[in-house]
Design a protein around this ligand. Structure first.
Ligand code: SAM
Length: 284
C-alpha cells in the first residue's frame, strides 16, 4: 500500500471509497510525511513496543506504527472507516482495529490481552473535541503507560506544559504534570491536514512518571481542590473552595491552612504550584 502521508495517495483512497468527512468526529487526516516521521521518532517506538492508536482515520499513522512497533491496536469510532482500514493495513499482521468509542472501551483489558499488562505507548492524532477526557481517562484509570505522544490543539499543548502565574495554567496543567513530564516536540500548521483545521496544532509527548513528583495521601481530594479552585478562577482560593459544596470546607479551615503554609489569605488558586496543592489537601 502506498504511503498515505503523501497527499495524492490519501486523495486516491478517499475517492476510491467515496468517503465523507464527519466533522462531529474531529476528522482531520495527516498529509505530511515529515510530521509523521517526527511523531514516530518523538514516541521512540521500538520492536518491543505495543502501541495504542486512538482514531486511526484511514490508517496513515497506523502504517508508520506498524512498521516500527511489535503490536498496534487502533480504536476507531467511525464504522465507515473500517473497510478502508482493512484495505490500507492489509499488508500488516501486527495491527488490530477495534470499531469502538475510545471513551467506552476497556483499555486496561486491551493492555492485558495484547501486552500481558506491561506498559504500552499511546500515539495519536487526537480528535480535538475529546482531548481532555481521553488524557484524563488514561491517567485516572491507571492504564499501564510508558508515554503518550499526541497531536493536540496548540493551545491545549501549551496548557499542559505551563506553570503557575500564566493565563493557560489550570486543572489540566496540574493533572498532566502530576502524572507525566510534558514536552512539546513540534508545532504543526493547518496545511499538514486534510481538511485543514481552524486552529494550530502541536505534538506533545507526556512521559509517565513511575513515582508522582509530589506525595499525596488522597489523590481524589487533591484533584477535587484543584477543580474547585479553577472552576471559580476569578475568586480567591478561600472563596472558591468554600463555595464548592462537595468539599464541605469552612472559610476558617481554609484560611488557617493558608496561614500555616505562609500563603496570603487573598491568594488565588492559579498562583499555587502542584506541591502547594498537595500540601493543602493534607491540611484541610
Ligand atoms: N490518525 C488519523 C490521521 O492522523 O490522519 C486520523 C486523525 S483524526 C484527527 C481523529 C480520528 O479519531 C478520526 O478518524 C475520528 O473518526 C476518530 N475518532 C473521533 N472520535 C473518536 C472516539 N470517540 N473514539 C475513537 N475514535 C474517534
Amino acid at each position: 500500500m502506498a504511503n498515505l502521508g503523501i497527499p495524492q495517495n490519501t486523495i486516491a483512497v478517499l475517492q476510491k471509497y467515496n468517503f465523507n468527512f464527519q466533522k462531529k468526529f474531529g476528522q482531520n487526516f495527516l498529509i505530511d510525511t515529515s510530521v509523521l516521521d517526527r511523531i514516530i521518532s518523538a514516541a521512540e517506538i521500538t520492536k518491543e513496543d505495543c502501541v495504542l492508536e486512538i482514531g486511526p482515520g484511514i490508517g496513515t499513522m497506523t502504517q508508520y506504527l506498524a512498521e516500527s512497533a511489535r503490536e498496534v491496536v487502533a480504536v476507531e469510532i467511525d464504522k465507515a472507516l473500517i473497510p478502508i482500514l482493512q484495505d490500507t493495513l492489509s499488508e500488516y499482521d501486527n495491527v488490530t482495529v477495534i470499531n469502538e468509542d475510545i471513551l467506552k472501551v476497556d483499555i486496561n483489558r486491551i493492555v492485558q490481552e495484547k501486552n500481558e499488562g506491561r506498559p504500552i505507548k499511546v500515539v495519536a492524532n487526537l480528535p480535538y473535541y475529546i482531548t481532555t477526557p481521553i488524557i484524563m481517562g488514561l491517567f485516572e484509570s491507571h492504564v499501564p503507560l510508558k508515554s503518550i505522544t499526541i497531536m493536540v490543539q496548540k493551545e491545549v499543548a501549551d496548557r499542559m506544559q505551563v506553570g503557575p502565574g500564566t493565563k493557560d495554567y489550570g486543572a489540566l496543567s496540574l493533572a498532566v504534570q502530576y502524572y507525566a513530564k510534558p514536552q512539546i516536540v513540534a508545532n504543526v500548521p493547518p496545511n499538514c491536514f486534510m481538511p485543514r483545521p481552524n486552529v494550530g496544532s502541536a505534538v506533545i509527548r507526556l512521559t509517565r512518571y513511575e513515582q508522582p513528583p509530589v506525595l499525596v495521601q488522597d489523590e481524589k481530594k487533591m484533584f477535587a481542590l484543584i477543580r474547585a479552585s479553577f472552576n471559580q478562577r476569578r475568586k480567591t482560593l478561600v472563596n472558591g473552595l468554600t463555595n464548592a459544596p462537595e468539599l464541605k470546607l469552612t472559610k476558617e479551615a481554609v484560611a488557617e491552612a493558608l496561614e500555616k503554609m505562609n500563603l496570603s489569605p487573598t491568594i488565588r488558586g492559579e498562583a499555587l504550584t502542584l506541591e502547594q496543592f498537595a500540601k493543602l489537601s493534607e491540611m484541610v
